[in-house]
Write a protein that binds this ligand. Structure first.
Ligand code: ZN
Length: 503
């Protein structure tokens, strides 16, 4: 790294015109940048690829006060840069170092704009260390990020809120390895995504380290701090499972995570081997109104499991939804947020298949109801693969029915067309081919065509991008109506929606 910086200095000294260009650029006002995501133009930043995050947080014991934090980012530079923009919008920045040297910084929009003496050349590596606070109290106009629970904190960063918690390149197309080092009072237990890598105890506090074994998107980071009990068990082929429950509610809750091993096996039969090193449920003592597939440790609100109005098959189908995301959305991340349907559509698909097996709610009935509502969903939220941007200030964001049952309906239409065997092969090929990567809608259309042995572009594009719903293969009698006010297809708020809209 140092070598890269020195080489850069030599080049600028030799090239007078390059020097003046640099000076002009450096004195221009700092501006927020993005990578051009149609739905979230301010997310992500050009010119580098994060390899790893090391996030150190110190929790005081109160969840209404900012945590002290040090975030260290190792990145590969992918373009000639004069500055490095990170996404960071909620917290105080105390200092920034780049490759060991103090660096200037300023805020612009939701970006932290860093002006090092030198940025390594394209292809070089850099280490950025930001000392900052991480504030669990939401800004008035911007929720998400930390979730304050009855006994501590958890994270819910999807879709665009990781940069309210730590500085990062906050877009799922830039996955990286994560290390979490969390210091908390002895009264709390800390569990984060990935595997434990030690606990250091000193005078009333403990520092817990966790590391991911696979790359992860910032939106999927999870850190749980609470008065918690960790339940351990073994899943299929020795997969280590650990669940986090509030100690005070353990007796009411521990029957639920016991269902996970059988659910992992059920998913593995359909989507191939579980893609990560561990899994488990984080049952948070909080009313979130949603669950979230944070990588290797899915977040659920306690109420989902204790509400007597909810049948067991329904609760289990929501557990399967978040589990299915570990393959669809986590191991295979969306290339852009317009590809969200690939995660939510598949998670809804397996949720529905599980509900059919366990709850007797037939997939055909659910898809017929979805078909009836589909034109309305497309009118409200856009077609599944070209959703409307989130409306400012509205919590519903991009998580609308068009990407849940509306997208599962696309998968149903595809299965009706290519047949069950080809469809099931496609699902396994998809999770294998793009494992630990990112993939978009065009990749899915291409792979579906290959598996089916014919070009499906002409069939799938109207389903994915049309303003109205095409005829359903095999069910010409199904109709859709954009004025339809089809009631919710589930008994309550879908447990997985990160918006808490209560719809
Ligand atoms: Zn989901």
């Amino acid at each position: 790294m140092g070598g890269q910086a020195r080489r850069r200095r030599a080049v600028t000294v030799l090239t007078a015109s390059a020097v003046s260009v640099c000076l002009v650029a450096a004195s221009a006002p700092a501006v927020p940048l993005g990578i051009g995501d149609r739905l979230f133009p301010y997310l992500g930043n050009p010119g580098y690829d994060v390899l790893s995050y090391d996030i150190a947080l110190t929790y005081s014991g109160r969840n209404d006060r900012p945590l002290e934090a040090v975030t260290t980012i190792d990145a590969r530079i992918t373009a000639d840069l004069d500055r490095i923009n990170l996404d960071f919008a909620h917290g105080t920045v105390r200092s920034v170092e780049v490759d060991g040297d103090p660096a200037g910084f300023t805020r612009a929009g939701e970006d932290l704009v860093i002006t090092p003496e030198d940025v390594p050349d394209e292809g070089g590596r850099t280490r950025i260390t930001v000392r900052h606070t991480s504030d669990p109290v939401a800004a008035e106009d911007r929720e998400g990020g930390w979730v304050r629970t009855a006994d501590g904190l958890a994270m819910a960063n999807q879709a665009d809120a990781a940069h309210l918690v730590f500085p990062c390149n906050d877009h799922p197309s830039d996955k990286a390895m994560f290390t979490f080092r969390i210091t908390a009072p002895d009264s709390r237990t800390v569990v984060a995504g990935g595997m434990p890598a030690g606990v250091d105890r000193t005078r009333g506090t403990a520092t817990w380290t966790y590391r991911t074994g696979h790359p992860m998107a910032t939106e999927l980071a999870q850190v749980s701090i609470g008065r918690s009990t960790v339940l351990r068990r073994t899943g299929p082929h020795g997969l280590p499972l650990r669940d986090v429950v509030p100690t005070a509610h353990r007796a009411d809750l521990e029957q639920w995570p016991a269902k996970t091993p059988a659910q992992v096996s059920w998913m593995e039969e359909r989507a191939g081997r579980y893609p990560f090193e561990t899994y488990g449920l984080l049952l948070a003592d909080a009313s979130t109104g949603f669950a979230l597939e944070t990588q290797t440790l899915s977040l659920f609100e306690r109420d989902l499991f204790t509400d007597p109005a909810l049948p067991a098959w329904y609760v289990e189908s929501i557990m399967v939804h978040e589990l299915a995301h570990q393959w669809f959305g986590n191991s295979v991340s969306p290339r852009t947020w317009s590809d969200l349907w690939l995660g939510e559509g598949h998670a809804t698909w397996y949720e529905a298949l599980y509900a059919e097996e366990r709850g007797g709610r037939t997939l055909d009935d659910r898809m017929k109801a979805a078909y009836e509502a589909s034109d309305g969903w497309r009118a409200d939220g856009g077609p599944p693969a070209a959703p409307r941007p989130p409306e400012p200030g509205r919590r519903i964001g991009i998580f609308r029915p068009n990407v849940y049952d509306g997208a599962a309906l696309v998968l149903y239409a595809l299965r009706e067309t290519i047949g069950r065997r080809a469809f099931e092969r496609l699902e396994r090929d998809w999770t294998t081919r793009h494992r630990n990567g990112t993939a978009g809608t065009s990749d899915f259309v291409r792979l579906a065509s290959r598996v089916a042995g014919r070009d499906l572009t002409g069939f799938l594009h109207p389903w994915l991008y049309g303003t109205t719903t095409p005829p359903m293969p095999g069910h010409p009698e199904w109709t859709s109506d954009d004025r339809s006010t089809t009631p919710a297809l589930r008994p309550v708020t879908p447990g997985h929606r990160p918006d808490g809209s209560g719809e």
